[in-house]
Design a binder for this molecule. Structure first.
Ligand SMILES: Cc1cc2nc3c(=O)[nH]c(=O)nc-3n(C[C@H](O)[C@H](O)[C@H](O)COP(=O)(O)OP(=O)(O)OC[C@H]3O[C@@H](n4cnc5c(N)ncnc54)[C@H](O)[C@@H]3O)c2cc1C
Length: 444
């Protein structure tokens, strides 16, 4: 195993997850190539649902993320204008049934746990500031450019500073705007069509120190509840993170800024944000007002139709690169880490390098149906939450009330018990172990 070169592209959840999963199988030549020059506190709140906790626990890093987490006690969906609770779900059942609560953290806490686990193994080498720009799937190679050299004054990369890197396995976890995906699809004459949803998201974080013991706001910082205010074409979801020191709010709303919002760090306009949600109830207005002017981040919400394939030779797509999942189901990070965990298992089972491609096909067979389902369910959930007034909206709100009273199907799939069961009960490591031999015989 020591001579298997296993290289991940991207140090996000998928890429770092792969590195960590591979250390657990005894591999020792593991490298991660990341375009960012540092791994910082970029982003905002992210969800650690039980299917993700189970994997982190298996790897021994759950406590690192949990140290900064809040375990939610429940979630409510509210009418945005009237501030009226349409439905409330008690999350106590989640820990009882699935073994872990529903945690929320800052994205950096989850990333930190994966990075610490991978680095702690002593066998993962992390290369920061390295942008992968080309892929040679036939020869298991990729071209890396030093990011300090990528944009010279005339805008062209410095070719002298680039380097082709050869590996035995390439795990392309380069995120929602994956270039590996574009290159892989192009080899089969397919166009990489990332759909713009026409929606964008604000990410806003309010510090506990910013509230002046306002009795309407204090409960947001002291409680452990998630609130989703919904309205036509828009919603705001809000919950405490960082051991209750921060209150995280993220939105979905019509995209008015188009390409400018096409990055995780693009700042949004506070005035535009307040205008966008001016018809939301006073409690929400108060929260939005608290955000410092320069601290509003805005990015596009993108979707992608399920891909025809995730594997080319010994290269596999991982995470958002192959199944970018809208945030409306709280599964983006969890599905990326499930990919990583399954890759660890299947690669750990092969006896020779000649079997790498087949093992990657087993990974695709194990993961694709479930991940594609999560993508489609998240997209449909967004549509259902954003209905305009009319009969469909009335029926949905009646269903919310029925779910609250009688425990029926919840129109918000992120808190619907049947959907949660499908997502949270799943033990992807066990499934990969159980089904590997059978699938390995089947894949071609
Ligand atoms: C900076 C950042 C902040 C985010 N904040 C949030 C958030 O607050 N809430 C939320 O729900 N989701 C957030 N996300 C998205 C979320 O992390 C992903 O949806 C999910 O975790 C899936 O993980 P992933 O590994 O597939 O992709 P990501 O976590 O997006 O990781 C992809 C990684 O690949 C790197 N990369 C991309 N292209 C290249 C290249 N060509 N060469 C080398 N490296 C490359 C990126 O810099 C990134 O580190 C954020 C993503 C990023 C990158």
């Amino acid at each position: 195993m020591s001579d298997y070169r296993l290289y991940s592209i991207g140090a996000g959840m998928g890429g770092m997850g792969c590195a960590l999963a591979l250390t657990k199988q005894g591999f020792s030549d593991i490298h991660v190539w990341e375009s960012a020059r540092e791994i910082g506190e970029v982003g905002a709140g992210i969800n650690i649902t039980p299917n993700l906790s189970r994997i982190l626990d298996h790897w021994g890093v759950l406590d690192i993320a949990r140290a900064e987490a809040v375990a939610l006690d429940g979630a409510s969906v509210l009418n945005c204008a009237r501030d009226e609770v349409l439905t409330s779900v008690d999350f106590q059942y989640i820990e009882k049934e699935f073994g872990y609560p529903f945690y929320v953290v800052h994205r950096s806490a989850l990333q930190k746990s994966l990075v610490a686990g991978a680095k702690g193994s002593g066998v993962v080498q992390l290369h920061l500031g390295k942008l992968v720009t080309e892929w040679d799937f036939d020869n298991n190679k990729f071209l890396v450019k030093n990011r300090t050299q990528v944009s010279t004054s005339n805008g062209h990369p410095d070719e002298a500073d680039s380097q082709w890197v050869e590996a035995d396995v390439i795990l392309a976890a380069d995120g929602v705007k994956s270039k590996a995906r574009t290159a892989m699809l192009a080899r089969k004459g397919e166009v990489d069509h990332v759909e713009d949803t026409g929606q964008a998201a604000y990410r806003i974080i309010v510090k506990r120190s910013m509230i002046n013991e306002d009795p309407e706001l204090v409960p947001f910082f002291t409680g452990a509840h998630s609130y989703r205010w919904i309205g036509e074409k828009r919603h705001i979801i809000a919950y405490p993170i960082a051991s209750h020191d921060l209150f995280n709010m993220s939105t979905a709303h019509p995209d008015r800024r188009f390409v400018e919002a096409d990055s995780w760090t693009a700042s949004g306009s506070k005035e535009e944000m307040l205008d966008m949600f001016s018809d939301f109830c006073p409690r929400v207005q108060k929260l939005l007002q608290l955000v410092p002017k320069g601290d509003v981040l805005e990015w596009k919400l993108r979707v992608h139709a399920p891909l025809s394939h995730w594997i080319d030779g010994n290269t596999a797509l991982v995470g958002d690169a192959c199944h970018p999942t809208l945030p409306h189901l709280a599964q983006g990070a969890a599905q990326a880490v499930e990919d990583a965990a399954v890759l660890g298992v299947v690669l750990g089972k092969i006896k020779t390098k000649d079997d790498i491609h087949k093992a990657l096909l087993v990974y695709q067979a194990l993961r694709k149906t479930r991940a594609d389902w999560a993508v489609l369910t998240a997209a449909a959930n967004g549509k259902g939450l954003h209905l305009s007034s009319g009969l469909a909206q009335e029926a949905r709100d009646a269903a919310f009330k029925a779910a609250k009273k009688e425990g029926g199907e919840n129109p918000d799939k992120a808190i619907d018990q049947n959907t949660q069961r499908i997502l949270y009960a799943h033990d992807c490591i066990k499934e990969a172990n159980d089904k590997f031999e059978e699938l390995f015989q089947q894949v071609m």
